[in-house]
Design a protein around this ligand. Structure first.
Ligand code: HAM
Length: 423
């Protein structure tokens, strides 16, 4: 019997993990530069946390089971409900606005497709306690700065910004959509760009099979391509302000207003946005927006929130398309080799002293010919080998060989252990 990882789950071999680490490093650097503090929550949560507020799409994708205590639980498919739950617990003590980030691993039973797996890591950055559009602009700027820090410009990545309030106003005031129908209609509109006719069926269902209103909203959906008329409406004032702040920050070249961006999650209440590759070949790199009611609904605390989630999968694909397959980098700086078994105590003492200095050291774990040891040193990408043999040892010395050039020098063991620079 042979086992492989489950579909949609990844084995992280060292080369792939190195690339993931680089993404995580950039995520942490940018979040920290924006003054965000890191938090985390449990990977398993009560099922209801998601069934209440996340919306149909995510609920259908839950990994859920009954635990041994009879509780209905789910692996977290997103971080936002956990964040809302945690902030609500300490809302009174926390200084607002709260700026928090997290890098959780998330689980969704997705249909297999490019850019979507059944587990992924997601940078979440959220601002809690500020309702104005400068907070929206701040998180969008942070998302853009992540892709900039990974070396992508406006020619490669774009952020499309919209506002559900603008859509909601038109839908209810002019197209006869009733308040309770709005979430379903917005979810159907979210699928419109990708799914076309299939989304039209969802729209019909959301409007209770009312053909006239479905037709009206479908015509409206087709008009969303041109942002100008909607952007001029009074309801678009926060969106205009947000776009203005992004321009002032210097990131205007990345930004497009596009009312076709609606977002699939149910809890968004205002500005929403997504980052995409400029060629639009891949799924969204990042998605987020304002959700001013979730904290009240989940924790009984009335605080406005805005934030985003950015996954490692599409980002990884973009980096791989640009840089080629992930390559491992050397794990070792210095390889300590011995001529004979009697040299080993000196070699162990030196290796340990070097490791204490933070130098990455490896040596052969069994007695081997010197040539074999040097082969392993080269395979590891070590820049230096230190060779200890009986005659050097007697003189309190060792031979340092630069593996790239073959240049050799005799250096005292004492000097090697305490201060020799392996430059
Ligand atoms: P989301 O749009 O469901 O939003 O996910 C955000 C991002 O996570 C996506 O744009 C994508 O990069 C990544 N992602 C989602 N699902 C998958 C998957 N199955 N495989 C790979 N990557 C995936 C949320 O999760 C919101 N909670 C984000 C948020 C935070 N909104 C406000 N604050």
């Amino acid at each position: 019997m042979s086992f492989v990882a489950l579909p949609g789950f990844r084995d992280a071999f060292p080369d792939a993990l190195a690339r993931r680490r680089r993404i995580f490093d950039v995520w942490r650097q940018v979040a920290t530069r924006y003054g965000f503090e890191e938090y985390d929550g449990p990977p398993l949560e009560p099922l209801e946390l998601y069934t209440q507020k996340s919306g149909e799409e995510i609920v259908e994708q839950l990994y859920t089971f009954t635990d041994k205590g009879g509780r209905s639980v789910a692996l977290r498919p997103e971080m936002t409900p956990t964040l809302a739950r945690m902030v609500a617990q300490r809302a009174a003590q926390l200084r607002k606005p709260i700026r928090w980030f997290s890098i959780p691993q998330l689980f969704r039973y997705e249909r297999q497709q490019r850019g979507r797996l059944r587990e992924h890591f997601q940078l979440n950055m959220d601002i809690i306690g500020e309702a104005g559009p400068l907070a929206d602009a701040e998180v969008i700027a942070a998302a853009v700065d992540v892709v900039r820090a990974l070396g992508f410009g406006p020619g490669e990545v774009r952020v499309r910004v919209s506002d559900r309030r603008v859509l909601a106003e038109l839908l209810t005031d002019e197209l006869g959509v009733r308040e309770p129908e709005l979430p379903g209609v917005l979810t159907a509109l979210d699928k419109y760009e990708r799914a076309g006719a299939a989304a039209q069926a969802g729209l019909g269902a959301a409007l209770g099979g009312d053909a006239a209103r479905t037709e009206g909203v479908a015509r409206f959906a087709a008009r969303l391509r041109d942002p100008a008329p909607l952007l001029a409406t009074p309801a678009a004032a926060p969106l205009r302000a947000c776009v203005g702040h992004l321009a002032a920050t210097g990131l205007g070249a990345f930004v497009e207003v596009d009312f076709r961006v609606v977002r699939g999650l149910a809890y968004y209440t205002g500005i929403v946005f997504e980052l995409f590759d400029a060629k639009r070949e891949l799924r969204a790199i990042c998605g987020g927006g304002r959700y001013d009611n979730l904290l009240k609904d989940v924790g009984g605390v009335d605080l406005p929130c805005v934030g985003f989630g950015m996954g490692d999968v599409v980002l990884g694909e973009l980096i791989a398309a640009r840089d080629g397959p992930a390559a491992g980098s050397p794990a070792v700086d210095v390889f300590v080799a011995v001529v004979g078994a009697e040299d080993r105590p000196s070699a162990l003492a030196l290796a340990h002293a070097l490791r204490e200095r933070g130098i990455r050291v490896e040596f052969a774990l069994r007695t081997q010919a010197l040539g074999k040891q040097l082969e392993l040193a080269a395979a590891r990408g070590a820049r230096h080998a230190v060779v200890i043999g009986p005659s050097e040892r007697e003189a309190g010395e060792a031979v340092v060989r630069a593996l790239e050039t073959g240049a050799e020098a005799r250096v005292s063991l004492e000097h090697l252990a305490t201060e020799y620079g392996f430059a």
